[in-house]
Design a protein around this ligand. Structure first.
Ligand code: SF4
Length: 475
């Protein structure tokens, strides 16, 4: 689960001081955020669809065992094979054994967060396979030996010059003086190289956006068509998916697809939305001879029936990430987990343990924008709060913070004491701030005053103003 060393705290300073990253993150507002807003506004039933999608997914989760069984039987009926992986290691072993049996050398891969979660590329490379990412963003970060910094735009942290220099460094067989100043030139180069890989690959591995129980199909959405080449050209196709990707019917899948594209990239539909059922049949012009689906649990079952179950409705659209002010300031790598932003802050501790990841739910301002834009109506702030409570209860929260929260809890439960302290503290702070009315340094607030002044409180306390308001009859 760990994408890189360090913690959010230790990675944040470098992220804030990285001008290229900051320039890329600034584009979130005009890019993903603005496009999602327009796409949602153009679909009058958008909010009604969100309610339907939430209810549909909740229904599936309430009866997940049955839907999984139906799905398995339909896949087998269509000539495919289903493999059950309880842990990340189980999934790695299953994929490895399929690749070995296929005498594979080259593996083409579509973008898959599950493969990041189980660190599949590293495992396959250790066992002598060549693995090539075929999504352009994933291909770029693979060349740079980096983890993704966003779940749908893995190379969002890079600019054109960095991509060009990665291509020059790694595509050694090409003329070193070729111009790579235009995005078109970069695209053409990547396309020419990847086309050869698609044709030569023995095994294709993709993720799945949705698994359809009634037909045993899986749905894959991409904007580059790489997923389709990955699944149709190699002899063997492996789909890696986690168990909560199930939807009951094709109609339910279409409901989720309508929300996914709009919430993710602001498109009505992604360029390619493909529904695949089983391997190549007699008379088919293309398609794999073998079709495998690896269904991964890796901690999801343990989330069922608890405070984090709602997270299993997630369709990985990244809207919560795109609208999160913390992600917008530090980017994805700072989280050190493959899942970043609000969805990552809930999911990572659930899958990999709170002990190592208690910082992630703290990386939120609780502004609530993530929940506002989530197409599956997942209560992300509530779940991050639940993780914070658990961290406090298990004494994972640092002692100083625990002490501060303990004092706050004591005072907040005694309104008379709270009022007395605020009535005393406000004029005292105003006096200490003097004529300037601001603090350049204040003990216990040094994190704030290190980079900006803190205004001193002015006028009466909120409670005093509220009392006066009520006495005035609400005027
Ligand atoms: S939590 Fe919601 S907004 Fe975030 S990725 Fe999942 S579905 Fe999208």
């Amino acid at each position: 689960m760990r994408s890189r060393p360090g913690s959010i705290k230790s990675n944040t300073h470098a992220a804030l001081a990285d001008p290229v990253l900051q320039e890329a993150l600034a584009k979130l507002k005009t890019g993903f955020q603005a496009k999602r807003k327009i796409a949602a506004a153009n679909l009058p039933e958008f909010d009604a669809l969100r309610d339907q999608a939430r209810d549909m997914k909740t229904m599936v989760l309430n009866d997940l065992d049955s839907y999984l069984e139906i799905f398995e039987s339909k896949v087998v009926e269509q000539g495919g094979q289903v493999h059950w992986a309880e842990t990340a290691q189980d999934a790695r072993d299953i994929v490895l054994s399929i690749c070995k049996k296929a005498n594979a050398k080259l593996i083409a891969k579509g973008k898959s967060m599950i493969s990041e979660e189980i660190m599949l590329n590293h495992w396959l490379e250790e066992h002598g396979f060549e693995v090539v990412e075929t999504d352009l963003g994933e291909y770029i970060i693979q060349l740079r030996k980096e983890p993704p910094s966003h779940i749908i735009a893995p190379a969002i942290h890079l600019n054109r010059k960095q991509v060009a220099s990665a291509f020059k460094e790694r595509h050694k067989e090409l003329n070193a003086d070729r111009p790579l100043d235009e995005p078109r030139a970069l695209l053409d180069e990547a396309r020419a190289i990847l086309r050869q890989k698609f044709l030569a690959a023995d095994v294709g591995i993709t993720g799945a956006n949705f698994l359809v129980a009634e037909t045993g199909s899986f749905v894959l959405v991409t904007n580059e068509g790489n997923g389709d080449l990955t699944q149709t050209l190699p002899r063997v196709h492996i789909v890696l998916a986690s168990i909560e990707k199930l939807v009951p019917t094709l109609e339910a899948a279409s409901l989720a697809v309508r929300l996914l594209a709009r919430s993710a990239t602001g498109q009505e539909m992604t360029s390619y939305t493909t529904v695949t059922t089983g391997p190549k049949r007699q008379g088919d012009l293309d398609g794999p001879d073998e079709f495998h689906i690896v269904l991964l649990d890796n901690g999801r079952t343990a989330m069922m029936g608890g405070p984090f179950e709602d997270m299993l409705r997630c369709i990985r659209c990244a809207a919560c990430i795109n609208h999160c002010p913390v992600y917008g300031a530090i980017g994805g790598h700072a989280y050190a987990s493959f899942y970043c932003g609000p969805m990552g802050s809930v999911l990572t501790p659930a899958l990999a343990g709170l002990e190592d990841w208690a910082e992630m739910p703290d990386a939120s301002t609780f502004c609530g924008r993530c929940e506002q834009v989530c197409p599956m109506r997942i209560p992300l702030p509530r779940m991050m709060r639940a993780w914070r409570e658990r961290a406090f209860e298990r004494a994972i929260t640092p002692t100083a913070t625990r002490f501060g929260l303990g004092v706050w809890g004591f005072v907040a439960r005694r309104p008379w004491l709270y009022r007395a302290l605020v009535n005393l503290g406000m004029p005292l702070l105003a006096l200490m701030a003097g004529k300037r009315g601001r603090f350049a340094h204040l003990p216990l607030a040094s994190g704030w005053t290190k980079s900006r002044d803190l205004p001193a409180p002015e006028g009466k306390t909120f409670l005093a103003q509220w009392d006066a308001y009520k006495k005035g009859g609400g005027r």
